[in-house]
Design a protein around this ligand. Structure first.
Ligand code: C2E
Ligand code: MG
Ligand code: MG
Ligand code: MG
Length: 285
């Protein structure tokens, strides 16, 4: 009476499939279709320099408009893609869309950097560095306009491999930052050795830093740690002017968050840029 005996068994029943409920398998299969049926797009969230009050670049964030379910959040479908090999074509799609956008911006004379988020699985791709370099060359983009964001947990999952891949990217002039910093367990030894330029303080510490003393201590210590290691710091999750001001007082270099700009559709970018070519604190207006 087992499905297998009736010849219906399509799924290997092993450990990796235990977390794959029928719902998740269906969603993953929808994602496969979605990539071909134009349901994916990137949105772009600005990053600004606090002291000079200028725009430094954007972070590309993936969006999926599912035909029946509507907007599916990346926190739902990225882990799904990560648990299968689909993260590979998905990341290729993201990089290609990011390069296309960078090319368009540069053709308009707008030279800005774009950050792309990578998953740990991407670092296991033998050809990752070469394919990024080759692809950027095809788009005639200098490697310096790309930044790659890797979460702290990614880095600590396989520090030796990560260091090797990051060195390769760094040798080609690609910038890298550590995302969600403070939520994983970074070894400071690795942190010191890695060729990253920026730490991103996780939003969970930033959103409440004005009311929660512990959070402010964590933010302040992270800023000092980064600076002592010769790294820049960006705070994510900046939702109001008061937080931005406090970060400035604490010598935080850059900021990102809803107060500065929500992730923007491509069509909304030009309007935002026109209003924010020289990004200013609202109080100065
Ligand atoms: P992340 O890279 O840490 O991105 C920041 C997330 O915080 C984004 O959520 C952004 O919309 C949100 N955010 C920005 N400003 C604020 C703020 O002021 N307050 C609050 N509460 N949230 C803010 P999103 O777009 O839903 O992305 C979630 C995560 O999904 C990202 O976290 C990233 O880890 C992952 N992700 C997104 N796009 C990609 C991608 O193309 N590839 C990979 N591998 N991961 C991606
Ligand atoms: Mg990120
Ligand atoms: Mg983050
Ligand atoms: Mg995050």
């Amino acid at each position: 009476y087992h499905a297998k005996e009736q010849g219906h068994s399509i799924l290997p029943y092993n450990a990796s499939f235990n977390s794959m409920t029928p719902k998740r398998i269906a969603l993953l299969s929808d994602l496969h279709r979605g990539i071909w049926e134009n349901q994916l797009r990137l949105v772009y969230q600005p990053k600004v320099d606090i002291q000079s009050q200028t725009l430094v670049g954007f972070e590309a964030l993936l969006r999926w408009q599912h035909p029946a379910l509507g907007n599916v959040k990346p926190d739902e479908f990225i882990p799904l893609a990560e648990s299968s090999n689909f993260i590979r074509p998905l990341t290729s799609w993201v990089l290609d869309a990011a390069f296309t956008q960078l090319r368009r911006w540069r053709d308009k004379g707008f030279n800005v950097t774009l950050a792309v988020n990578l998953s740990v699985r991407n670092l296991h791709d033998q050809g990752l560095v070469e394919s990024i370099i080759q692809s950027m060359a095809n788009y005639e983009l200098p490697p310096s306009c790309l930044e790659l964001e890797l979460t702290e947990t990614v880095i600590m999952s396989d520090p030796k491999l990560v260091q090797e891949v990051l060195n390769g990217l760094h040798d080609h002039g690609i910038k890298m930052s550590i995302d969600d910093f403070g939520t994983g367990y970074s070894s400071l030894v690795y942190l010191k050795r890695l060729p990253v330029s920026t730490l991103k303080v996780d939003y969970s510490f930033v959103v409440n830093m004005l009311s929660d003393e512990q959070d402010e201590i964590i933010v302040r210590s992270t800023i000092n740690l980064a600076h002592n290691l010769g790294l820049k710091v960006i705070a994510e999750g900046v939702e109001n002017l008061e937080t931005l001001k406090r970060l400035g007082e604490l010598n935080c270099d850059q900021a990102q968050g809803f107060y500065i700009g929500h992730p923007l559709e491509e069509s909304a970018i030009e309007g935002w840029l026109n209003e924010n070519q020289q990004w200013r604190l609202k109080e100065d207006h």
